[in-house]
Design a binder for this molecule. Sequence first.
Ligand SMILES: Nc1nc2c(ncn2[C@@H]2O[C@H](COP(=O)(O)OP(=O)(O)O)[C@@H](O)[C@H]2O)c(=O)[nH]1
Ligand SMILES: [Mg+2]
Length: 700
Amino acid sequence: MKTYETENLRNVALLGHGDTGKTQLVSSLLYTAGMTTRAGRVDDGTSVTDYDEEEIQRKFSISAALAYAEWSKTKINFIDTPGFNLFLHEAEAALPAADAALLLVHGVGGVEVQTEKTWSFLERAALPRAVVINQLDRDRSSFDRTLEAVCAAFGRAVIPVQLPIGEEKSFRGVVDLVRMRAAIYDSDGSGKGKDSEIPSELQAAATKAHEALVEMVAEGNDKLMEEFFEKGTIPVEDLAPGLKQAIAGRRIVPALAAAGLPNIGSDALLGFLADFFPSPGERGAVEGLTHDGGEPAKRKMADSEPLSIFVFKTVADPFAGRVSYFKIMSGVLKNEATLSNFNRGGSERFSHIAVVAGKTQQPVPELHAGDLGAVAKLKDTLTGDTLGEKSAPIVFPRVALGEPAISFAVEPKSRGDEDRLSTAIHRMLEEDLMLRFGRDPQTMEFLVSGSGQQHVEVAVSKLKRRFNVEVTLKAPKVPYRETIRAKAEAQGKHKKQTGGHGQYGDCRIRLEPLAHGSGFEFVNDIFGGAIPKNFIPAVEKGIVAAASKGYLAGYPVVDFRVILYDGSYHDVDSSEIAFKLAGSKAFKACMEQAKPCLLEPIMNVEVTVPDTSAGDIIGNMNGRRGRVQGMDPKGGSSVIKAQVPLAEMLSYASDLTSMTQGRGSYAMEFSHYDVVPQHISEKIISAARAAGHGKEEEEE
Ligand SMILES: Nc1nc2c(ncn2[C@@H]2O[C@H](COP(=O)(O)OP(=O)(O)O)[C@@H](O)[C@H]2O)c(=O)[nH]1
Ligand SMILES: [Mg+2]
């Protein structure tokens, strides 16, 4: 297997709404580049990047996957990502691997919810990008209309560098607006166009679009601007580097035309990526810290810098074990190298490093700065870790993902499988950062939490297929939280000093509410050693433990600050455990006065229904304590947006089906936590109390 220098690499993530054709396009590009002997197809389950059994069955991408193609001596690494909302966190998590992105937009559907969402990911990651208007072979598709929608959504930086030749069934090629040539494709699906003159009927439109592009490139470049004023145009030799620079600087977002399935425009797209997308080295220095919580530090993506790599994905393979996908952030990685893990300490041996194309791996002797690779069997390394040369530590930032929105209780089908379930799930948690696993504080059942029902169902299906553990999913649970609405102050004293070695711990704390979503803060305000330094963490631990068990109904208490301001100790009888118990007692005493309340997750819900059902749907939303925020028409349908408590949405799928005779669909994602109304909260609390939880529960 060849290795590639940094300047000959491109790392390109494909993002966009589900079903825009990202996975199909990658397979078609790989075929055109000669990487596969047959064109893989999503619909036959033979695509390169939807190789997992779960993806083949469902015919959509669930996790980010890699593949690469060589084109004009350049290695293009593709990062194919899911576009469906419940799996979108996978796209976000994989972005550190990319140095640029293709945002796919459906030639019929236009700009959709996840188009905007993934655009915002690209903004946050500051990635250069191009828009591909895809599936232009479809009936009712339109390059112009879609482009207009894209410009309306994302601004005037978006400008075509191609025009389509023919439309719908007769879409057969693209005009290259930089070189002013045309490529015409056969129906053989090779993806290789015939270089031709621009068809005469497109000449005028192409000239106009070329001039617009020239002007836009010149706008941000004084030298080109002068040339443009002098000659009224810019020759290709100057236009091309100017365009490349403008893309890298995110001043221009070029728009291209394609149809991945019939493979039209593919060699032109590959050429565009090789010629105009930035190499990793052209992205400037990557920022990190000298160590976790340390000072800012930087690395250039160059071979000459000390070695560092960033792990952006982990796969739990039942046979190969843990497989780690990484990017070389700087330096050169040689096979069999030993690297330090800068997040966790310890060292790891990189044996059999490989490059990845879908499910296959090819061993390589070395990888240069910017390239992507994989290695199996690292001991303690997980997604988000930075490793490298021991003498040159650096830690790159992790991607912060949202919180899971829904929990299901699961139960192993065969008794005695609890341990196997727990082992298998823990391996899957390494692979999927949005998945959570724990025990229900009330029923002690196993809980699996994820972004939505389908996400959890996929996890359950993987458990069976990969790890041979079968579980039943029970009714979904709402992950309530508890919080406080008032300040409170109390003492917690744990004292047992009768006979033998005694126990003594005493603390005084104040509790203060924090804004929703701010979590937990601990402030040590002890002066003059009222509590010795070494026991202060014990007080905090005791409070955290008590908060996690809840006060009203057994749900974790969140969004509060604790100020530890006084206490006392005993020279002999004070211990860590005594201060832990004191902290826990003080917390409970405070909760009594702090006006505790329940919080529930509120979801952003988007329902698409035929116009005739819109009224019913809105009425129904109001009945679910929903707040309707808007209604937009969309090609004969209505899109209704609302915020609704998760507790009211648990049975929505089947209700929507019956309200619309199966013609409605909806998507939902977590928005925020809000206070549960009094009358509902009373029911939840009394049910929990009846089950023996909440305040009455006594530990020790
Ligand atoms: N007609 C047509 N169908 C396409 C094209 N690209 C993809 N498809 C189909 O659209 C569906 C979704 O494609 P896929 O690549 O899985 O989309 P993704 O969710 O963006 O990865 C599949 O049924 C594909 O066969 C295209 O260019 N033209
Ligand atoms: Mg896909």
